[in-house]
Design a binder for this molecule. Sequence first.
Ligand SMILES: C[S@@+](CC[C@H](N)C(=O)[O-])C[C@H]1O[C@@H](n2cnc3c(N)ncnc32)[C@H](O)[C@@H]1O
Length: 205
Amino acid sequence: MDSELAFSAPAERNRQPILTVLRTLLPAQGQALEIASGTGQHVTWFAAHLPQWTWQPSDVSAELFPTIVARIAQAGLGNVQPPRLLDVMQAHWLGDAGAALRFELIYCANMLHIAPWACCAGLMHGAARHLAPDGRLVTYGPYLEDDVATSEGNKKFDASLRAANPAWGIRRREAVQEQAQGAGLRLAARYAMPANNLLLVWSRA
Ligand SMILES: C[S@@+](CC[C@H](N)C(=O)[O-])C[C@H]1O[C@@H](n2cnc3c(N)ncnc32)[C@H](O)[C@@H]1O
């Protein structure tokens, strides 16, 4: 049963709002790479509802790979590859053979604030290497924005992240944008999402 697997309540809540936006963005079919898959709830949901797409989950840690594999098997999905180790800081993603891989979607939820800041540049440069010409990088999570008042919830969340690890913290959207520009990407769209999250769409500049 799903309940026996490692489970994120926020992922269960936000998977459908995210899918609703993805449906408006994506072509009918393509190849998707998920960065920082965690429990695999997002990739399982998206693969079930976008069956013409193939999905490659990944994470810097293999700890939850058995959970991802079990979740995919329970859902009976044939369009999800086994999870792969991928650290966004690596100069080469997905091993030696990975250099040639291109994806129409690279999706990364809730990593930037729970990883050192350098991971933002790593994500952007890696995405620039592996996006198909018309591909999109989608990032999702909480952000600070210079011209938008920060919610009390995000202020508290940011403080708790920084207390847990000084290298963590909610990132400024404008700073993320600078890193994207440095990698040759631009912010193509911004979606306000439930619970003070943003879904940001990045494309080649
Ligand atoms: C809060 S979880 C998010 C999981 C899932 N994307 C979600 O939204 O529920 C953060 C994930 O980021 C991964 N992560 C942290 N640093 C990373 C890195 N350098 N490269 C790839 N993944 C990383 C962690 O292993 C963890 O699975």
